[in-house]
Design a protein around this ligand. Structure first.
Ligand SMILES: *[C@@H]1O[C@H](CO)[C@@H](O)[C@H](O)[C@H]1NC(C)=O
Length: 284
């Protein structure tokens, strides 16, 4: 039996070389590195421990392992999404993320135990469910997801488990997801935005469609920040600043039903110039 194993090793090495691919050769072991021992099965399909005490790989499942005590084998499973790392065999939890463990021929995995939209498995890092969204991924811990956005310009690759430059991540069909405001209602429109004098505004502002007294500032044109005008003023889309309601046709009379402004509406000056609450926000 041992003879045939030693014959197969050089053969596999040659095949990998001929193929010329950048793949890890699982059969190549450093001379001092021990080949991890595996559980075998006898004719009655009973698990046989290679040694009477120890923690051993399963031959087919990467997320299963066997604990031998007094020569008796008990099968254990890693948490859903993690795999057995023979190098951690002595640890209380010998499982780790598949990005750092080489499963080799042990390619089978248990059925997912807790799949949901963002966490196909309980533990791990996963792509956004929309394949067009490449710059956002989900970190799942016990089935609870945290959304993570890659640094600007990077894309997530689930095999690597990390964000990388697009040429390394090799994602296709990516359409960058615009950043949403914290109320989830607004994302910054792309392109250049000019002020009334035709000068590009670095942090342009945009109206809040639901509330004339609020607006969004797009930091560097892409990160939306919620903002409010001083009480009594409304956002003027054209000038990108807060102004008196009567100067903004879409928002005229916005505070007319607010008792705090009853007096103001009786005696307001016709122009905002005298109003100390007037606020210029377009410059950021
Ligand atoms: C992740 O990158 C690898 C190369 O490192 C590539 O083969 C694979 O297709 C990429 N995965 C996705 C989902 O694009």
């Amino acid at each position: 039996m041992a003879h045939s194993v030693w014959l197969l090793v050089p053969l596999a090495t040659i095949l990998f070389a001929v193929n010329g691919q950048l793949v890890f050769n699982p059969d190549r072991q450093a001379p001092e590195e021990k080949v991890p021992l595996q559980i075998t099965f006898d004719q009655t399909n009973k698990a046989v421990c290679p040694e009477s005490e120890g923690v051993y790989e399963d031959a087919t499942f990467c997320d299963a392992y066997w604990v031998c005590k007094n020569g008796a084998a008990t099968e254990k499973f890693c948490e859903d999404g993690l795999v057995f790392d023979p190098k951690k065999a002595g640890h209380a939890d010998p499982c780790d993320t598949p990005h750092v463990v080489h499963c080799g021929t042990r390619q089978e995995l248990q059925e997912p135990t807790f799949p949901n939209e963002f966490c196909p498995r309980k533990y791990g890092t996963f792509e956004h469910p929309d394949p067009k969204v490449c710059n956002v991924y989900y970190q799942c811990v016990n089935g609870v997801h945290t959304e993570v956005t890659c640094a600007t310009g990077l894309y997530f690759n689930s095999t690597q488990g990390s964000c990388n430059w697009p040429a390394i991540s090799q994602r296709t069909g990516c359409v960058d997801k615009p950043k949403m405001s914290s109320d989830g209602a607004f994302s910054c429109p792309g392109g250049t935005h000019l002020d009334a004098n035709g000068i590009a505004v670095p942090h342009p502002s945009f109206p809040n469609a639901d509330d004339c007294s609020k607006f969004y500032v797009c930091l560097n044109g892409e990160t939306p920040q919620e903002a409010s005008c001083d009480k009594g003023l409304v956002f003027d889309e054209r000038s990108m600043i807060c102004a008196l309601p009567e100067t903004v046709p879409e928002c005229e009379g916005w505070y007319a039903n607010d008792p705090a402004f009853a007096h103001y509406y009786d005696s307001a000056p016709a122009t905002g110039r005298a109003d100390p609450g007037r606020q210029d926000v377009a410059g950021g």
